[in-house]
Design a protein around this ligand. Structure first.
Ligand SMILES: [Zn+2]
Ligand SMILES: [Zn+2]
Ligand SMILES: [Zn+2]
Length: 330
């Protein structure tokens, strides 16, 4: 993620900032990908601290508008959980917009989000995250850090976050969009296997065995089914592109990272992953000074790199022209 600046005084502004030290009310404009003042504000601003602009007075921003269902907000912690979850969604939408996805120039379908809480005010409901037919279910209960950490430990996962959930579930949605492109599916099946393999049975087998991911998969869950392998691979590609983008935008430099490097514009996956790995190793070292965990605790094997390269090629090129015209018209 880039750093932004206040249009009135030039002070650095972060993606989620609502105000500047100069007193300006900041809003993030997803079209121009910049901080603005004097724009229509998302009607969710006061309620959940959404800082995005809206297309007109009294409207939702592009991100909140995708949330078709939200939890009962006066119940328990639901308001805070929704606010925390929506932050992650805006972040990931802004990342994908760098490659043209869901921008004004992209005329394709948008995901619809069911933002559900386990706390319904009466009985606790079970919420399973997933994607089906353009609808993405997100369990906002996991925006609670203790609950999420407990599940991460129970599942033996090395990393679990709301941003990660959005990257994973949006990858399933993007798969459906990409299948419309000639050549995508046969090339996908060559690398990930046949996604028509019955899903329910594969998941049942996975939870019964919890197989070791071995060399072929980025995570254990990726081994469950070709669809999950794709979603995990895309999520990890986005992790790496985005933390490298954050590194560059802070102004930090180091050997191996070219001056003025722009990870979202990079088309050479080998180079991208090489640079991202250098950054990860460096930040891991810094984290050890505070006894914190690794920034990115994964190792990329040859087969995993090939999957990330495939995802990178298709996600970048599908809407490259749309992304370019968007930036020019903004
Ligand atoms: Zn300012
Ligand atoms: Zn909003
Ligand atoms: Zn999935």
């Amino acid at each position: 993620m880039q750093r932004f600046s206040c249009p009135l005084c030039g002070t650095s502004a972060y993606f989620h900032n609502l105000t500047c030290v100069c007193g300006a009310q900041l809003a993030y404009d997803p079209q121009t990908q910049s901080m603005v003042v004097d724009a229509f504000l998302c009607v969710n601003r006061a309620r959940i601290d959404c800082n995005w602009t809206a297309p007109r007075q009294g409207a939702f921003c592009a991100s909140c508008a995708m949330s078709r269902v939200v939890p009962v907000l006066h119940v328990g912690d639901n308001l805070r959980l929704l606010a925390r979850a929506e932050r992650g969604k805006r972040w990931v939408l802004a990342n994908l917009a760098q490659w043209g996805w869901f921008t004004r120039a992209d005329t394709g379908a948008r995901p619809r989000f069911l933002m559900l809480s386990e706390d319904t005010g009466g009985r606790t409901q079970r919420v399973i995250m997933g994607h089906a037919g353009g609808e993405i279910t997100i369990n906002v209960t996991e925006a609670d850090e203790l609950i999420r950490l407990k599940r991460q430990l129970d599942l033996g996962e090395q990393y679990r976050s709301m941003v990660g959930h959005f990257r994973h579930e949006m990858a399933h949605f993007l798969f459906d969009r990409l299948t419309a492109l000639p050549g995508f599916l046969p090339a996908f099946r060559d690398i990930f296997g046949d996604e028509r393999e019955p899903y329910g049975e594969a998941l049942k087998r996975y939870y019964a065995d919890l197989p070791d991911p071995g060399e072929d998969y980025i995570t254990r869950y990726a081994a469950a089914h070709p669809h999950e392998d794709w979603a995990e691979s895309v999520a990890h590609l986005l992790h790496m592109v985005d933390f490298t983008d954050s590194f560059v935008s802070t102004g930090l430099t180091m050997a191996g990272v070219p001056d003025g490097y722009h990870p979202y514009v990079e088309d050479d996956t080998v180079r991208l992953l090489g640079i991202a790995s250098e950054v990860a190793i460096a930040v891991n070292d810094i984290n050890r000074a505070l006894d914190n965990g690794d920034l990115y605790p994964f190792v990329l094997t040859g087969p995993v790199r090939a999957k990330l390269a495939f995802a990178h090629h298709w996600l970048r090129s599908a809407l490259a022209a749309a992304a370019r015209s968007e930036r020019h018209s903004a």
